[in-house]
Design a binder for this molecule. Structure first.
Ligand code: HEM
Length: 155
């Protein structure tokens, strides 16, 4: 069994705040804020940014959705999906030249956009829930990226 860093309460807080954001009608504003700061933090680095802006924003939203769903399936319900998903995401992100440091930048952009659009309910507990859930999942992807590198260098 993998060591669980994030507890069920934190997963529930993350999931319910994501639902609150969707219900509040601020999802579009969130995606605009997240996208703007993500582009500023990664100037010209990814092919993604050559696409239409609405596609770029939708991709970022689908990354957050993936994070919320997979964390909850894997850590909350103990399914086996996490490892397989993490290694598939690791391969895709390596091919996109995403490196481990990028995961920190991504987290800070995500927290910024969440705080701005959930400002009525935002507090330390909410921040920690997102931070822990994200870090647990990101760690799995980064570990799988490293394992892919090791396998590559042995070939
Ligand atoms: C927990 C963190 C993350 C999750 C769950 C996640 C998830 C995803 C998913 C599901 C996709 C779509 C893959 C596909 O096409 O099948 C994707 C694509 C992508 N991700 Fe992430 N991602 C994460 C972190 C990052 C980070 C840190 C970066 C870079 C700073 C990044 C950059 C990208 C880019 C550039 C694409 C390609 C989008 C496109 O052009 O279609 N991701 N990610």
């Amino acid at each position: 069994m993998p060591k669980l860093q994030v507890d069920n309460k934190q997963l529930d807080i993350m999931k319910s705040s994501w639902s609150t954001l969707k219900r509040s009608g601020k999802l579009n504003a969130f995606s605009i804020d997240f996208h703007r700061i993500f582009v500023e933090a990664n100037p010209g680095r990814f092919e993604l940014f050559k696409q239409d802006k609405s596609v770029q924003r939708a991709r970022l939203l689908s990354m957050v959705t993936e994070l919320v769903c997979e964390s909850s399936l894997y850590y909350g319900h103990g399914t086996d999906s996490g490892t397989a998903i993490a290694s598939s995401l690791a391969k895709k992100h390596k091919a996109l030249s995403v490196n481990p440091d990028d995961f920190n930048t991504f987290l800070h952009c995500l927290l910024f956009a969440l705080e701005k659009n959930l400002n009525d309910i935002w507090n330390d507990e909410l921040r920690q829930a997102w931070e822990h859930s994200y870090n647990d999942f990101a760690k799995k992807i980064i570990k799988a990226m490293e394992e892919t590198s090791n396998t590559d260098s042995q070939q």
